[in-house]
Design a protein around this ligand. Structure first.
Ligand SMILES: Nc1ncnc2c1ncn2[C@@H]1O[C@H](COP(=O)(O)OP(=O)(O)OP(=O)(O)O)[C@@H](O)[C@H]1O
Length: 554
């Protein structure tokens, strides 16, 4: 585990963590003082020798100490809860920030299950580990060491326990630690896979139902759940063995110790008060000694989560520095000059791709499946960087243009519509608080969405998605179009995005859009012959390059 990374996570919360540790240390001190006082109080009752006044004082002191212990425990719980929840929220936010900034190529590498596990269960486990487990180690060591030393002070002959118990303790730690780490990693992997299957199942439910494949899909999930169950069971069994074994070691040692101490009492070498103190020290010792071994196991598990977190945070993000550059002066002149690009699996998707789209043109890009059309759009949007060649917008190489400017210049309607739960207005505005109702309505009118929105009882405030109205496929498509248009981009890319219009609707839309965008550029990725007729030019792609460039409706 990189300690520096761990401390980096802890740094913003150092004050809270320090307070928790101090409260726990005070708790340890109070806990260590208790047997000394308790021993004397016990002896008073057993020997019946002390003066009544002394009894009352001692009783008050013991009760005071018990109340102080409860108060300290409460205090550390309160501060701990506040720190751990803030730490967890911050950790999740930092992770989400980073995940959003990672390039599309990373997200296409199929690590969704891992990322969800990291954002949920694993970050929660790490948060607890940092704010509770780690912080509780020094107080536990203090309690264990303090109790041992104080017991030795009562009777030095107990010293023989140290060389017997300490190595035994460390052997257990090593075995458990190694096992826990391996098991933790396996569990995480399988758990992430189970999450990925669950997610996929929910997404594909209409397809699964239409094919009557519920039983098969259930079996797939059941198999994975079984793998997770077995691993969890192994972990639980390990703890199940470990806890009683540690408790047994501690209690057997305690019994031996009491036996020895008892015989020393009868020999007159120790007093009753000391015997009672010893008894109480043993009780104080049981918890920290038992917990330390388990803490070590948790430490090894957390190590796995931490290294996975580190590996995601170590991925290089895209450089999307925010830029306020005005994009409306852009004309929308696009040139691909000998662009080649391969996906990581070494699949060449576009090769030597060259074309020129002039401002104001409506250009259709067509071609067989897998010809490279969507990849070309991804390259224009800066989702991927060309391996060779360059893409020039308005005479500027896009490699020199900030991704933020480039993406604001291109209004993009993807094949899948991706609307979010929320109002229609929120979906069109898409987190841009500065957009006015007039701008939103204008975009909706161009996308031919205004009429159906106005017909809804709550108009633009209608909630859609899981908690609201279900829109038809075509209505959703129109909203996605309005969302792309609302910022008035100089370039508009529609990836099969008008397929749900009827021919007339599509025609009217393209006519209107070319007028509204006033000579700016529209790229239609389409297979539909009717849509091809709407374009000024048709670029046909095959095997990652343009194979024909024809005049369209003109
Ligand atoms: N994420 C990816 N990883 C690896 N290969 C990919 C990836 N996406 C696409 N490809 C491959 O790149 C090639 C071009 O794909 P692309 O999606 O650009 O084609 P397309 O013309 O848009 O196809 P379609 O008409 O089916 O949408 C295909 O051979 C495809 O298998």
């Amino acid at each position: 585990m990189t300690l520096r990374f761990l401390f980096g996570l802890m740094r913003p919360f150092w004050l809270g963590l320090l307070i928790v540790m101090c409260l726990m240390l005070l708790e340890s001190v109070a806990l260590l003082a208790l047997p000394a006082l308790g021993g004397r109080l016990g002896a008073i009752f057993l020997d019946q020798s002390a003066q009544p006044v002394r009894r009352e004082i001692l009783l008050t002191l013991v009760l005071g100490l018990l109340i102080a212990l409860a108060a300290l425990r409460m205090g550390s719980r309160f501060v701990y809860a506040a720190v751990s929840q803030s730490l967890l929220a911050k950790l999740r936010l930092r992770l989400m920030d980073h995940i959003q900034r990672l390039p599309i190529a990373f997200h296409q590498s199929g690590r969704r299950g891992d990322l969800i596990a990291l954002l949920t269960e694993e970050s929660a486990r790490l948060g607890t580990f940092i704010s509770e487990t780690l912080v509780s180690v020094p107080p536990m060591i203090l309690t264990a060491l303090g109790a041992t030393i104080l017991m030795m002070r009562i009777d030095l002959s107990l010293l023989w326990l140290v060389p017997v118990l300490v190595p035994l303790f460390f052997i257990v730690l090593r075995i458990v630690g190694r096992f826990m780490r391996r098991l933790g990693e396996q569990l995480q992997r399988e758990h992430a896979h189970a999450i990925a299957i669950a997610e996929e199942t929910l997404e594909m439910l209409p397809v699964i139902k239409s094919f009557n494949r519920e039983a098969q899909v259930r079996q797939r999930y059941a198999d994975q759940t079984e793998v997770v169950r077995r691993l969890e069971l192994r972990r639980e069994r390990l703890f199940g063995v470990l806890e009683p074994v540690i408790a047994l070691t501690v209690t057997v040692s305690a019994t031996l110790l009491l036996y020895l101490a008892g015989s020393r009492l009868s020999e007159g070498q120790i007093e009753t008060a000391e015997l009672v103190s010893l008894l109480l020290y043993v009780a104080v010792l049981v918890r920290p000694v038992g917990s330390l071994a388990l803490l070590y196991g948790q430490f090894r598990t957390a190590q796995g989560s931490l290294s996975r977190l580190q590996s995601v945070l170590g991925e290089s993000p895209e450089q999307v520095e925010q830029s306020d550059k005005d994009i409306h002066h852009l004309r929308g002149d696009i040139r691909f000059e000998g662009v080649s690009f391969s996906y990581p699996a070494n699949k060449t998707a576009v090769t030597g791709l060259s074309f020129h789209i002039r401002p104001g043109e409506v250009v259709a890009i067509t071609g067989d499946n897998g010809a490279g059309k969507s990849t070309a759009v991804g390259l224009l949007l800066g989702f991927f960087r060309p391996d060779a060649g360059r893409i020039v917008v308005d005479d500027v190489d896009t490699a020199n243009l900030s991704l933020s400017t480039l993406r604001r210049a291109v209004g993009y309607v993807p094949q899948t519509r991706h609307l979010m739960d929320g109002s229609i207005r929120d979906n069109i505005r898409f987190f841009d608080a500065e957009l006015s109702q007039a701008q939103i309505e204008r975009a909706a009118r161009i996308a031919q969405a205004h009429d159906f929105i106005s017909a809804l009882p709550k108009g633009y405030d209608t909630l859609i998605g899981d908690k609201g109205v279900r829109l038809s496929g075509g209505q959703q498509q129109r909203l996605a179009l309005a969302r792309a248009l609302v910022n008035d981009p100089p370039i508009l890319v529609l990836d099969e995005a008008t397929s749900m219009y009827d021919i007339e609707g599509e025609h009217a839309f393209v006519e209107e859009i070319t007028q509204v965008l006033q000579g700016r550029t529209v790229i239609l990725i389409t297979h539909r012959p009717a849509s091809l007729k709407l374009a000024d030019r048709i670029l046909r792609m095959a095997h990652g390059r343009v194979v024909s460039d024809e005049v369209g409706r003109a």
